[in-house]
Design a protein around this ligand. Sequence first.
Ligand SMILES: *[C@@H]1O[C@H](CO)[C@@H](O)[C@H](O)[C@H]1NC(C)=O
Length: 517
Amino acid sequence: MFALIASLVLVPLSIVLGHRNGVFDQSPILSTTDPISPRQKAQLHEVADLMLDIYQTLVDMRYLDPVGVIQGPHNMTDLEPQFEELGIDPSIRYLYSILPYVDTDAAGNSDFLLEGEFTDFRDPDQVDQARDPFYASPSNSNFDDEDGPNMRPWYTPLSQLGNHGSVIVYDARRHLIWIIDQESWSTTDLALQNVEPKEVETANQNSFEHIPSRPAGDVLKDIVQWYRNLDILPGGGENSWQEWDHNETPLRDLYTANGWPDRFDADAFEINQARAFSRYLAQDFADRPINEVMRLNEVIERYKKWIETQTENLGYTTTKESEWAIRSRIWCMELDLTNFEEDLIAAEQKVKQLCPENVCLPPQEWPLWELQAVTERLESLKADLTTAESGFEVDPYEGQDLDEWKEDVLFRQKQHHLAKRKIAVYQKAYEAAREDAERLCPGQTFESVTGLGEMVWFGRMKEELRLVLTRTQREVELTREWLAQLPDDVPEARSDIESTIESLGMEVQYLEETLRE
Ligand SMILES: *[C@@H]1O[C@H](CO)[C@@H](O)[C@H](O)[C@H]1NC(C)=O
């Protein structure tokens, strides 16, 4: 009886409240076949079409492999219950069924605009995350609450956050788009950089309504234009091949040199990209003695500051325990400092020997270094391909879900396709680099000029480990001596040092075992 009354009362109340709050002022949520006004439908198709233009531009730029761009419409029937549960507006459900998606396993890269990532609403997890694209984790469902949600049922992101990047957010009612950076909580839309945010009108700290936005079609068309103008570049995040790292490969120059956007020679671009990235690897490898000196200088500086601070703290101690705890800490740091200073002398000698006048890679040797780097990269890609191929033979393991197994196989096939394409590019890069090397450095090889068979960072592993072992054994001895002269009535300081000795002892044991292998 009570339930009946309650439901009779609650239904009209929710309608009244809903209307007042503007939350439910759409017709009740029905299935996606429900009428959406022709005007809105046209707008949703504009969004889907322009997203496809963006992805196609990234395909043209050779950032995405075309097999990874999955066009709509998609059958979203299985997600209907989830849409229902999340209260997602019919307009957004419809949009999800017509948007193009990037299958990042097949496309090769997953970083998208302004350090964001591609999103794919065929994936239930991403549908869930789309209700909280900035990971605000609101504790209250009321949009006016201080810690309320920020995604209205008719809003959706068109990209994922990535590692503190920007998200493209679409409002299907007003047909607007925000591009919002999570950390600065401001617009990163290049066209709105001089636009002031509006007055904040809500107590909701998670709200982004005050951040400038503009008509969706304009934003999406501009994104294509930004890529065409190289105002923004593909890649640049943690989820792309290193060839797309903006600090490692001069992408803008490479695009321009190869005729982007209107006379673009995409094949030449890819080969030059592979060569440019290989040159980066070669330089990075060649510079390691200089980088090591820089690193050690920084570490030594930091340790000296720490020791200074701790020495000052010694003046403020009130108990004998804390005094000796600090003394021990200083003592340990000084021990480390001695090691670093020793390393620095050795590293500086290496620089003198390998990098005369601070040039580690003499200009006349460039072709040989580049050829070496391309060769090694090609070899490692071929090894990856072999691994992917060996996976084709694998049967499902005992008890493995058959769908999961099929997905694994599919994943390997995608990797295989990408690896083969990449190998083809590196093969051509190799041939071009070899020609250059033969022409510019006749009769010479990487080995003949460097004395190295390959670019390995830890060439003499055992030798280095032996040095570490000797040093650690000496540290054990010195730390024992330090323990012996500690006063008896500072048990905590003593036990700290005892555990230091213990862990040093374990390290010695580990090193000895490794060297014996
Ligand atoms: C869509 O998927 C559902 C459930 O998987 C299936 O029953 C239905 O036939 C599909 N519709 C179309 C048009 O393929």
